[in-house]
Design a binder for this molecule. Structure first.
Ligand SMILES: Nc1ncnc2c1ncn2[C@@H]1O[C@H](COP(=O)(O)OP(=O)(O)OP(=O)(O)O)[C@@H](O)[C@H]1O
Ligand SMILES: [Mg+2]
Length: 293
């Protein structure tokens, strides 16, 4: 059954993405989603599937960076019993599993050159050859690929095949970084405050804190925002985010719940940013090991 779009955001770039999804959902053409980590590439892929006529069949995700190179062929195309040591039974691959539905190839930029050739063949022939079988299997699959890499640069470096790139990049979608989404940042923060409130009250945000949310760069995008609000929901017993400095991992209101070694590690991670000390606590200087440059 077709499902409503789960993507949160009313900013111009997100309205455009939502419109684009509506426009291209019904097409069988291959989609290439490009965007920084945590910008919602998988969410867009799911929205494309669940708004398409394929919604009743499977949405099958496969992270190309997570599967060892030698297992990739069997993972994608399946294998027959005895095809290799350990192939004790027949097993269908992700293409067959996605028959009638959508195959989401995440981190496609990490696919080996060998497998790129095989994938190109499948996209052209619309059949897969399970490992150890001489009988091709027909598949009706819509492929949606995603990557955070610059594939044109990968092509120039000889790491990605140009013919596969053009075969995949029929309908390009670019997920914008969170820092370019204006008021969506607050909208998402409030969504996560509700989500992570569990049985208590959701955290609230002061005007100072909201300004800091909007000014922050968000290198980890929506995933980073979600994790941060999750952390605040646990750490701020008074359920309020009051000060801009609360956004920093070394904020004493957050850190007092952690050991000093965790705080130190976090501070090293963020050594690029100069910590501004949190004004939420009256006597931070009395805290063990904090503040110290
Ligand atoms: N616009 C949005 N509305 C609601 N949730 C969102 C939105 N964008 C991202 N998310 C949430 O943020 C998290 C990260 O999104 P997702 O996994 O789709 O990102 P990604 O671009 O695939 O990241 P990566 O490149 O690291 O795999 C998910 O929990 C997702 O549900
Ligand atoms: Mg992803």
């Amino acid at each position: 059954m077709r499902q409503p779009n789960p993507i949160i955001g009313n900013s111009q770039p997100m309205r455009e993405i939502r419109k684009l999804i509506e426009t291209i959902a019904d097409s069988p053409a291959t989609v290439m989603i490009n965007g920084e980590s945590g910008t919602g590439k998988e969410l867009v892929a799911q929205a494309l599937h669940y708004q398409s006529p394929r919604a009743d069949a499977n949405f099958v995700p496969l992270n190309c960076a997570a599967i060892p190179k030698e297992l990739m062929e069997s993972e994608l195309f399946g294998h027959r019993k005895g095809a290799f040591t350990g192939a004790l039974t027949d097993r269908i691959g992700r293409f067959e599993l996605a028959h009638g539905g959508t195959l989401f190839l995440d981190e496609i930029g990490d696919l080996s050159l060998d497998m790129q050739v095989k994938l190109l063949r499948v996209l052209q022939e619309r059949t897969v050859d399970p490992v150890g079988s001489s009988r091709p299997v027909e598949v009706d699959v819509r492929v949606v690929a995603a990557t955070h890499r610059d594939l044109e640069a990968e092509i120039s470096a000889g790491r990605f095949r140009e013919d596969l790139y053009y075969r995949l990049n029929v309908l390009p979608v670019i997920t914008p970084p969170l820092r370019e989404r204006g008021d969506d940042i607050l909208l998402l923060a409030k969504h996560y405050a509700e989500k992570f409130a569990y049985k208590s009250a959701p955290v609230t945000f002061s005007p100072d804190f909201v300004e800091a949310l909007k000014a922050y760069e968000w290198p980890g995008n929506v995933r980073e925002l979600s994790n941060l609000i999750h952390r605040f929901s646990h750490c701020f017993l008074d359920k309020s985010c009051r000060c801009a400095a609360c956004l920093q991992p070394c904020c004493p209101r957050v850190c007092r719940n952690y050991s000093l070694s965790v705080v130190k590690r976090q501070r090293k991670l963020t050594s690029r940013t100069r910590p501004t000390y949190c004004k939420c606590l009256p006597s931070v200087t009395t805290m063990r090991g904090y503040p110290r440059q």
